[in-house]
Design a protein around this ligand. Structure first.
Ligand code: C2E
Ligand code: MG
Ligand code: MG
Ligand code: MG
Length: 288
């Protein structure tokens, strides 16, 4: 009987595995034509200055709306895009769309910055730097309105390429954030060696920060270290007033999370900006 049960569980798992790999193959194929079919959309999630409440920037987060109506989250399709190399053209689409959005915001009088996520494969693309430069020029935005988010994993795996890329984008005026800080297996030495502007504290530390003394201690240590290295700190995944108050009291610079807003489609993000009482408008003399 035991033998029978173990046999059927093997069949069960292999059926599941088969379905999972069929799904991956299906998504891989569908991803090939997703750009030309206009299936991608960039959502924007605001990041607020904790002292003034001003929306200083927003993170661009990719959404895939398939033609059949299915919506697939980045956690499912980014790894597939990364493995197949499709992340390179998709990532270019993200960068140029983000620059277009910045330009539209400028024309409406808002000086909001946008950050885009970069994955490891994109760093190895020799044309990335030229592409970023060209996108900024074509959309007539200021380079310092664009930011790049890289995870610690990206830094470790491609150290030399990352160092070159970051040095060059910095020369352009583009700034750089370390995303999901504290979750990677990297040494801290890169913080002093690489040209970095901001650190984003991973959501997992923010989640239980009010009840968990260890999370509190880690967050305080990250803020202190970042500030002594002259880096700004952004907290991700802020969902409650208690979290916000703790972060503000302890001099975290910016916050992003559902407490303020979920990632929004562009039109709704513009409504959110215009409804914000403290939103700074660009002075007419600004060069746009
Ligand atoms: P990430 O860069 O760390 O982005 C933050 C994620 O946290 C987003 O998930 C966002 O919706 C979510 N989030 C923000 N505030 C809260 C909150 O208060 N509570 C909770 N529970 N979640 C919150 P999303 O949009 O599903 O993106 C997941 C990941 O996919 C991103 O993590 C990023 O690593 C990747 N990703 C998204 N867009 C792109 C892209 O254009 N290119 C690349 N390479 N990766 C992307
Ligand atoms: Mg990010
Ligand atoms: Mg993050
Ligand atoms: Mg994350």
């Amino acid at each position: 009987n035991a033998k029978k049960a173990s046999k059927s569980s093997v069949q069960f798992y292999s059926q599941e595995l088969k379905e999972a790999s069929q799904r991956i193959i299906e998504l891989e194929n569908a991803l090939q034509s997703a750009i030309t079919n206009h299936e991608f959309e960039l959502f924007l999630q605001p990041m607020l200055d904790l002292t003034s409440g001003t929306i200083l920037k927003a993170e661009a987060l990719l959404r895939w709306n398939r033609l059949d109506g299915e919506r697939i989250g980045p956690d499912e399709f980014i790894p597939i895009a990364e493995q197949t190399g499709l992340i390179v053209p998709i990532g270019k689409w993200v960068i140029s769309r983000a620059c277009e959005m910045i330009s539209t915001l400028n024309h409406r009088g808002y000086s909001c910055k946008l950050s885009v996520n970069l994955s490891p494969r994109q760093i190895s693309d020799r044309h990335l730097l030229e592409f970023i430069r060209g996108s900024i020029q074509n959309s007539h935005i200021l380079p310092n309105q664009l930011e790049l988010e890289l995870t610690e994993g990206v830094l470790v795996d491609n150290y030399d390429k990352v160092q070159y890329l970051l040095t060059e984008v910095r020369k352009l005026g583009v700034s750089v954030s370390i995303d999901d800080f504290g979750t990677g297996y990297s040494s801290l030495s890169y913080l002093k060696k690489l040209p970095i502007d901001h650190i984003k504290i991973d959501r997992s530390f923010v989640q239980d920060l009010v009840s968990d003394e260890n999370d509190k201690a880690i967050i305080l240590a990250i803020i202190a270290m970042a500030h002594s290295l002259k880096l700004n700190v952004i907290a991700e995944g802020v969902e409650t007033e208690l979290q916000r108050n703790f972060l503000q009291l302890n001099h975290c610079n910016l916050a992003q999370g559902y407490l303020f807003s979920r990632p929004l489609p562009f039109a709704q993000f513009c409504d959110y900006l215009s409804a914000s009482p403290t939103q700074k408008l660009i002075t007419p003399s600004a060069p746009f």
